[in-house]
Unconditional design. Structure first.
Length: 52
């Protein structure tokens, strides 16, 4: 836990990026979009920090 070691848990800092095609024959970067998947607990912490 953060309080004991002073470090964030690994699942709080890791993000999985998924690339999705916007167009059927996507060849350029602008033809794609990305979404990021983060751990549920990290999402809660991010919301708390954003409010402060």
């Amino acid at each position: 836990m953060y309080e004991e070691t002073g470090e964030w848990p690994k699942d709080f800092t890791e993000v999985t990026m998924i690339v999705l095609k916007k167009k059927a024959k996507a060849t350029r970067c602008s033809d794609h979009r990305t979404i990021s998947l983060i751990a549920h607990t990290a999402k809660i912490i991010a919301k708390i920090l954003k409010r402060r």
